[in-house]
Design a protein around this ligand. Structure first.
Ligand SMILES: Cc1cc2nc3c(=O)[nH]c(=O)nc-3n(C[C@H](O)[C@H](O)[C@H](O)COP(=O)(O)O)c2cc1C
Length: 209
């Protein structure tokens, strides 16, 4: 394999394991893998994860961790900190993200802010499954996490949305699947160019700062 070792962690916020959001995420991950990028898919379904307590202890400790223990918050924050790219997936729940992924986003964001923007210059992307309406709001919510954390977001041929209700329905959404594949290729391109001093020396210099 050529170039640096790169890893993308995908986090699926759906309450339904292996559902439409997982299917969409896997299309993105497959493209990344074809480019030699290591991937891992974590499904929050069934996991214990609480929201932020606003205790501000992370700001006092500054150890890259949340003060809450005993749930999946810190293990997931650690996985995100170690990855080069973070891919979020959420179904649309009443026009919004799921409570599980919101809990993780809130805690990871406050911890990152307390620790010198520890996700700075990572690549971030998000995908959304939806039956009918509300997906753009979900897409925006997920992307707000990346933007406030000084991360870099690749685009695709459309906004990263797949349409379907029952598990597997998104496979019928040809444009949605094509959007996921293009996203995967663009995410791989961005990761490889950001991390390769040969490809973009001036950018690599900024990223290493
Ligand atoms: C609690 C709940 C709320 C939902 N709200 C919406 C909604 O606001 N708009 C919509 O189009 N679909 C809505 N859906 C449908 C899901 O977004 C859709 O079935 C999606 O494909 C599920 O993805 P999954 O298989 O990854 O869980 C909702 C589903 C659930 C369970």
């Amino acid at each position: 394999m050529h170039g640096p070792h790169l890893k993308v962690i995908a986090i699926n916020g759906s309450a339904r394991k292996g559902g439409n959001t997982a299917i969409l995420l896997r299309y993105v991950l497959r493209e990344l893998e074809m480019e030699g990028i290591e991937t891992e898919l974590v499904e929050l379904s069934g996991m214990k994860i609480h929201g932020c307590l606003s205790c501000r202890k992370c700001a006092a400790r500054r150890d890259g961790m949340c003060a809450q223990t005993g749930d999946m918050g810190n293990p997931l924050i650690e996985k995100m900190a170690l990855a080069d790219g973070i891919l979020f997936g959420s179904p649309t729940y009443v026009s919004d993200v799921t409570p599980e992924i919101k809990a993780l986003m809130d805690r990871a964001c406050i911890v990152a802010k307390a620790n010198d923007s520890m996700f700075r210059h990572k690549v971030g992307a998000s995908v959304v499954s939806v039956r009918r309406a509300g997906a753009i709001h979900v897409f925006d919510s997920l992307n707000h996490f990346f933007l406030i954390n000084e991360m870099i977001i690749p685009g695709s041929s459309y906004w990263n949305i797949g349409i379907g209700r029952d598990i597997g329905d998104v496979e019928q959404d040809e444009e949605g699947i094509a959007t996921m594949k293009t996203l995967g290729r663009n995410m791989a391109w961005l990761l490889q160019n950001l991390k390769s001093p040969m490809a973009m020396p001036e950018l690599a210099e900024i990223v290493s700062q």
